[in-house]
Design a protein around this ligand. Structure first.
Ligand code: AOS
Ligand code: ZN
Ligand code: ZN
Length: 388
């Protein structure tokens, strides 16, 4: 098997973007619990994201959600993030919480509603110029609940027109990533339900339009690593929203539900040249911490991604290909499983110390006093999505 020492340079280049909304309170329609120390402003969310980065060296950027993270001066917000050792990352649009969007946004039958949704994306692009963000991420809540409620095909055509207007506006260095989701909040059909639809829509736009794969947005049993392999083959995998699911869009800590699936996904990312500083694939978390503390939740998440990345990098590709070519079914499977079963935690801890990071970021955070300090300092923390 490949040695740990030979993979550290690749590990050192790993970057995982944190979602600003992961630091806000979240929950279900039954209850949103508030957690002491929850940020009240985007500046406090950035300070918390910086704390995750300080303890792990893994999370140099934070994604914004507009209008949840709306401020008057985005250039100043960029400087604020820079002062905390972070850059601002992906800008996420929001066309799902205005009454006007009850029956759709970019797909709506009413041209005025479609234009309102397009204009919102134009605002997001302006923000991206001020923040220095590369990616505009579009996730749509559009869809229907009952057969016959909408013209599925007409909605697809209107979506294509709306996306074309948005794509035309993005800058030469910017990208549009289109996320798919097979259900929720619409339950009969969604307008971008699967990777094929996202691929068809972004392919019609151009090279800087790519697919965003949210690991929680697939039916049970879906082979997600196959989708990863295919999109990389087609040059259309733009980004990941990492999280994990037991049942639906649970937005739980990545790697918590099925570490083996995360390993298999990361193996295909590496196999398809989707990993590394020159890769077009952005790693992002898209999670909610409903009952656990948010900062350790995010620390645990990036560490899970790092651990499974290390294991995937340990796969002996030469031996695996030889076994595959020889038709050695169990030999090939054994080579993959050897890497998956390798406990890399000790090696990672020792390597972190050589880089001036805590060997155990979870323990270091718990001992830092930061959680007690924010709990004392901040009263009335915000729900994720407040203020919109
Ligand atoms: C929604 O299910 C998607 O996963 C979005 O990427 C994201 O969670 C949302 O934009 C945050 O509200
Ligand atoms: Zn997502
Ligand atoms: Zn989701």
């Amino acid at each position: 098997m490949t040695s740990f020492d030979s993979i550290t340079a690749q590990l050192a280049a790993q970057a995982i973007e944190l979602p600003s909304w992961a630091f806000g309170n979240s929950g279900t329609r039954f209850k949103v619990f508030s957690t002491p120390g929850t940020p009240r402003t985007i500046q406090e969310k950035i300070a918390d994201a910086a704390t995750v980065h300080r303890h792990t060296g893994l999370a140099p950027t934070v994604a914004l959600h507009i209008p949840w993270d709306k401020v008057d001066d985005y250039a100043a917000l960029r400087d604020f993030a820079g002062d905390h050792g972070l850059a601002l990352g992906t800008v996420n649009s929001n066309t799902f919480q205005d009454d006007a969007y009850k029956f759709g946004s970019l797909t709506h039958t009413d041209a005025a509603v479609r234009q309102k949704a397009i204009d919102h994306h134009f605002d997001c692009i302006d923000i991206m110029h001020a923040t220095g963000s590369r990616d505009l991420k579009i996730w749509l809540a559009d869809g229907t609940n009952y057969p016959g409620q909408g013209d599925i095909r007409g909605r697809q055509d209107r979506l294509a027109d709306s996306l074309a207007a948005i794509y035309e506006r993005i800058g030469a260095e910017q990208r549009l990533v289109l996320e798919y989701k097979f259900f929720e909040p619409a339950f009969y059909h969604t307008d971008v339900p699967d990777w094929g639809t996202s691929y068809a829509q972004v392919s019609a736009l151009g090279d800087r339009a790519l697919v965003c794969l949210d690991t929680g947005h697939h039916a049970p049993g879906t082979n997600i690593e196959f989708i990863v392999a295919q999109l990389l083959r087609l040059g259309k995998l733009g980004s990941f929203d990492f999280n994990s699911r037991f049942y639906a869009d649970d937005d739980l800590i990545v790697g918590a539900a099925d570490p083996f699936q995360l390993f298999r996904i990361l193996y295909e990312v590496i196999r398809g040249a989707g990993f590394g500083p020159d890769s077009p694939v952005a790693f992002m978390l898209d999670q909610c911490h409903n009952v656990e503390d948010k900062i350790p939740g995010q620390i645990r998440s990036v560490l899970n991604v790092q651990e499974m990345t290390a294991r995937a990098l340990l796969v002996d590709g030469t031996a695996l290909r030889a076994a595959q070519d020889a038709g050695d079914v169990l030999g090939a499977n054994g080579i993959l499983m050897d890497a998956f079963y390798t406990d890399v935690r000790g090696d990672l801890a020792a390597w972190r110390e050589t880089r001036g990071l805590p060997a155990d970021p979870m323990a270091a955070y718990a001992a830092s006093g930061y959680q007690a300090q924010i709990a004392a300092d901040r009263a009335g923390g915000q729900q994720a999505g407040w203020g919109a």
